[in-house]
Design a protein around this ligand. Structure first.
Ligand code: ZN
Length: 295
């Protein structure tokens, strides 16, 4: 567990490789380096939000349960209202989050992550110092993760470590591709800021550009989202980071479980339903070559 926490709070790729002077700058430039962490927390007992942060009363918002003048309520109501502008897609996301009782929390401690979904505390946390549209991007990203976890896409020692890395790649690729489509739709409704933010995210802008090119050429949402999914795999930076982080989490879980490592493959139909959009359409990431490739 300690390693999993460490990973969440410090990106191993950075902490181990570069000088402390660069750490702050690089971490600030990193989009969201802890996307993976949600996979590694075993929620064996309900964990009180007060253990997550001593000021959780002020920092965490539970939809429908906080007073409106509370700090986190003010912030997240605005973020969720913006996301709900894409009503066709937002409804399912927010309904799932509410049903699972996710709290939305403002993170202010010095750990470098821009946001994460912590499966142990069941919170979506967003760095307080980010600008509004970056916060929107992160909440949106984590909401898609909540959906995946709810649908059973979570780390399991039933399968081999390399298969869990393959799953992590697919989940992250989908979350990113989904965010592109979501932001594109908002742009077409006259709300371009989220899209502009995604276009500028270091280490991720290539996905936005791929999506945009495909939309301009074909105006086919499913095709553009699928191309964005495939594009996720073209960055060795993304793959290296998620590979390392996920293996650490897997090994931690294995340590704690005292089980013998599994060499099982994922079932052939495992990804068939991963890339279903909230409107029920499947952009069929399970048919791509990248999803089948051994990481
Ligand atoms: Zn993620």
């Amino acid at each position: 567990m300690w390693h999993a926490r460490w990973y969440r709070h410090n990106d191993p790729s950075i902490a181990s490789q570069i000088s402390s002077g660069l750490i702050i700058l690089t971490i600030l430039l990193l989009p969201i380096n802890a996307y993976c962490s949600y996979l590694f927390f075993k929620s064996t007992t309900p964990t009180a939000l007060s253990e997550w942060h001593h000021d959780s009363q002020n920092r965490c918002y539970l939809p429908g349960k906080n007073s409106t003048d509370q700090k986190a309520a003010k912030k997240f109501k605005k973020i969720l209202a913006y996301i709900q502008e894409n009503d066709a897609f937002a409804e399912t996301l927010i309904k799932t989050a509410k049903a699972t009782g996710v709290a939305f929390c403002l993170e202010n401690r010095a750990d470098g992550t821009r946001g994460y979904y912590d499966y142990q505390y069941n919170i979506i946390a967003v760095r307080e110092s980010l600008d509004f549209y970056q916060q929107v991007a992160i909440v949106l990203h984590e909401l898609r993760h909540v959906m995946h976890v709810t649908n059973g896409y979570r780390l399991s020692l039933k399968f081999s470590m390399i298969e869990m890395v393959r799953m992590t790649y697919a989940i992250e690729a989908d979350v990113q591709a989904f965010s592109m489509l979501f932001a594109w739709r908002l742009k077409n409704k006259g709300l371009p800021h989220l899209w502009s933010t995604l276009l500028l995210f270091k280490h991720y802008s290539d996905i936005a550009k791929t999506f945009e090119r495909e939309m301009l050429q074909t105006n086919d949402e499913l095709r553009a989202t699928k191309q964005a999914f495939i594009q996720w795999y073209s960055s060795s930076w993304r793959k290296t980071n998620y590979h390392k982080g996920c293996c650490m989490g897997y090994l931690d879980m294995l340590d704690e479980s005292n089980l013998i490592e599994s060499y099982e493959y994922l079932p052939l139909d495992f990804f068939d339903r991963l890339c279903i959009l909230p409107d029920g359409r499947n952009y069929a990431c399970h048919t791509t070559d990248v999803i089948k490739k051994v990481p």
